[in-house]
Design a protein around this ligand. Structure first.
Ligand code: ADP
Length: 218
């Protein structure tokens, strides 16, 4: 299978972190920014870095933007530039367009003009940190649908050496344990008789309100 190639437009905090991660995972990454200094700072962390204004269709054509498997638009503050860039990329026939949105309304417009996926990094991180503040045992929190989420929860002492049947979290809290992480091993189809040990981490799924009660109790 051929390796996917990525272009990331906008080398702000989000774009440069994303580009650096993809590159360090072994992918070809082109960084694009209209700001010469940002381009210069990106040279070390990606395969290529070029200076261009992404609202200029001709400039994108010269870069050969259509040849990338995925193009990420990581323009933060300039909502107009982010929307216009997305529209141009769609019209040029880019295969997959992923765009960072500032807010819900911006996200809706991005889908309308052709984004395949819209991400809300600040909103999602805020959600995670909020859940971690409710309970420090919550290590991660991902929203799946409007009212359903998955949480990664470190277990407290009162759960040590108890089986899933004994804990009965489904009846008590209405949440389901979908996996148990024990050190490096990962049990993705836990049996009701499986015993939870000190240091284990539970992956639970459920309605947000039920998850909240569970997080407060564990
Ligand atoms: P963050 O919040 O992730 O730090 P910023 O809004 O600070 O995002 O950064 C966005 C980056 O996108 C900046 O480096 C800016 O120069 C770049 N940028 C903004 N508009 C364009 C454009 N039309 N073409 C190319 N790069 C752009």
């Amino acid at each position: 299978m051929e390796k996917k190639s990525f272009a990331v437009i906008g080398m702000g905090r989000f774009g440069s972190s994303l580009a650096e991660q993809l590159y360090s995972l072994g992918y070809d990454v082109m960084a694009i920014d209209e700001n010469a200094e940002r381009v210069q700072n990106s040279i070390q962390i990606v395969t290529y870095a070029v200076q261009a204004d992404s609202t200029d269709e001709q400039a994108l054509r010269e870069i050969g933007i259509r040849n990338f498997d995925v193009v990420v638009v990581a323009i933060g503050l300039d909502i107009q530039a982010s929307i216009l860039t997305t529209l141009i990329l769609k019209e040029m026939g880019v295969k997959r367009i992923v765009v960072k949105a500032q807010n819900e309304r911006h996200g809706q417009v991005l889908y309308k003009v052709g984004a395949d996926r819209v991400v809300f990094p600040e909103r999602d991180m805020g959600l995670r940190v909020a859940h971690n503040l409710i309970s420090p045992n919550v290590l991660d929190f991902i929203e799946l649908a409007e009212d359903y989420s998955v949480a990664e929860v470190a277990i407290s002492e009162k759960m040590h050496n108890k089986s899933l049947i004994e804990l009965d979290v489904r009846a008590k809290y209405g949440v389901n344990v979908v996996a148990i992480k024990s050190g490096r091993s990962f049990n993705i189809a836990p049996d009701p008789s499986d015993v939870i040990k000190e240091g284990d981490i539970l992956i639970v799924i459920g309605q947000n309100n039920d998850l909240k009660h569970f997080e407060e109790e564990v």
